[in-house]
Design a binder for this molecule. Sequence first.
Ligand SMILES: [Zn+2]
Length: 241
Amino acid sequence: MAEVMELLKQYLPVTQEPFVLSGDVNTGLVLVDVVNGFCTVGSGNLAPEQHDKQISQMVEESVRLARVFCEKKWHVFAFLDSHHPDIPEHPYPPHCIAGTDESKLVPALQWLENEANVTLRCKDCIDGFLGSLEKDGSNVFVEWVKNNQIKVILVVGICTDICVLDFVCSTLSARNRGFLSPLEDVIVYSGGCATFDLPISVAKTLEDAIAHPQELMHHIGLYMARGRGARVVSEVSVKPL
Ligand SMILES: [Zn+2]
């Protein structure tokens, strides 16, 4: 697998630079599905079965950035995957059922529920942009950007190649069509994103399973995001006052 990764990085390179957060540009943090059902060991069908380094690191970085944003009273938007028990989400097994622990923020982020600068959005689809649509046609995410005059969003969460990628693609399309003014930049922080691991050796033993090697798919997710016009960054630091 190490050789495959080397080849992948050679043929599908993802240029990344460090990113410095400053108060100069109005930047919002978007957390994608940092919920138990995807991040906490043993928490349902789509949660890791054992400790997962990439996922743990993603959670740690999400917590670190959420702290920075909340200390500075900058805006945070958090998606929570949340499904009605009778409406399955093809092709996934039941997960993150509304009202269960699976659809709640991970323990290290629970405190976000009480922060004034945080908007929480339950969504019942992969793409958080679509999941922000209300029945009357308004969009909670679009309103968040406009009401807070967000110029840059910094995106972290899970999965790099699924919910993060779909949200980033839709947001970039909406921006390009002029629906998201004054949003200019979409930044994806690689170390703040993670995806799940289903190696080919395991997938072969399961019926109807599609292999999903973690490192490879994480990289491809970043590659796709960059190809659509997102900036991918390797580290996020905070400019000292
Ligand atoms: Zn879901």
